[in-house]
Design a protein around this ligand. Structure first.
Ligand code: SF4
Length: 337
């Protein structure tokens, strides 16, 4: 492996490129492994061999850089200063990708690199997962992406035994390796809010970290013509996730009508919304512009949102709460859609 791909923002944060950045990058995102990825997920350009977007993950460009240059930049990067405080390896492909990830990790450690490392990979067995965690991976991400077995089959094919097998592996590992296992859900793959809340509650209940992504149509993929999720749908799922993570709600506190979240039996404050609409996942993972262009209202805020953005997000949720925020029911101040 002579080259490694970095997200454009990560390359700029390490001084390897001059991409414009107006928000801090909390994590260096590196893609390892050789495409095309055999899993062929419907939304991912890495799974479409003849895709014109094979240098992308989601809408982000990931240029390739010589491995030695990247390792030097990581070594010289001062984690205590401004800038990335985590390294995340996005592993594409199967065994080959994992082998590349191990080699990159070993080389990084050999340079004295001290950033905590996350690895997001299609690991399907406990032994491989445990070996990665014992090899110095601080957090292991096993993406489910889809909220149900049927959607998993539709969008991720027969990936590694299916949704239930992956959820069981996540639960088993999360119970043993507290705070070291995460999973990803992509909002907008056809799930109902009730289905996604149930899936999130199951993973969070086992102690796994849940990261939310907004479906982003990418040219050259099977879903290139599909639409990104409705902002209200996304905001409600962010709030539900936050309340589940903080143990402030159980699935019994969510009232659904036709699968859509309509009401919460938990009073919330603006500060709850402010936390909920931030990027979710491993610590310092903020994924700037991963799901939207600069200038558009972020699905995941990579920085603290303003009071106005928080009010807009709350209005967009169009939810009812007992006692509401500030004692009165808020209706549509200014949507952030
Ligand atoms: S949550 Fe972020 S840092 Fe963690 S595995 Fe996923 S993309 Fe990487």
């Amino acid at each position: 492996m002579n080259v490694v791909r970095l997200s454009a923002g990560s390359a700029a944060a390490l001084g390897l490129d001059a991409f414009r950045r107006d928000v801090e990058v909390g994590t260096v995102y590196a893609m390892v492994g050789r495409g095309p990825c055999p899993h062929g997920c419907s939304f991912c350009p890495q799974g479409h061999p003849d895709s014109a977007a094979c240098d992308r993950l989601s809408r982000v460009v990931w240029p390739a850089y010589p491995v030695d240059g990247v390792l030097r930049a990581l070594r010289d990067h001062a984690p205590e200063g401004d800038g990335p405080r985590r390294l995340c390896l996005q592993v594409i492909g199967g065994e080959d990708g994992l082998a590349d990830a191990r080699r990159f990790l070993d080389a990084y450690r050999a340079t004295g690199g001290g950033l905590p490392v996350s690895v997001n990979a299609a690991v399907s067995d406990r032994a491989t997962a445990t070996a990665l965690l014992e090899a110095g991976v601080e957090r292991l991400g096993l993406a489910l992406d889809a909220a149900t077995p049927a959607l998993f089959r539709r969008h991720k094919g027969g990936c590694d035994g299916g949704w239930e097998a992956r959820m069981c592996l996540i639960e088993t590992l999360a119970r043993v390796h507290r705070d070291r296992i995460s999973t990803h859900f992509i909002v907008g793959l056809g799930e109902t809010e009730e289905e996604l809340v149930a899936a999130m509650a199951r993973a969070i209940g086992a102690g796994a970290t849940v990261a939310l992504f907004a479906f982003t149509p990418v040219r050259g993929t099977r879903l290139a013509a599909a639409a990104p999720p409705d902002p209200g749908h996304y905001r409600r799922m962010q709030l539900a996730r936050q309340l589940l993570v903080e143990g402030r709600a159980t699935t019994a506190d969510f009232a659904f009508v036709d699968g859509r979240l309509r009401a919460l039996e938990v009073p919330i404050a603006p500060s709850d919304v402010a936390r909920a609409i931030r990027t979710s996942g491993c610590p310092d993972c903020n994924r700037p512009y991963y799901n939207e262009r600069p200038g558009e209202t972020p699905y995941n805020y990579p920085r603290p949102p303003s009071d106005r953005e928080v009010r807009g997000a709350l209005a967009t949720m169009a939810l009812s709460f007992p006692g509401s925020v500030g004692g009165r029911r808020r209706e549509h101040e200014a949507c952030d859609g």
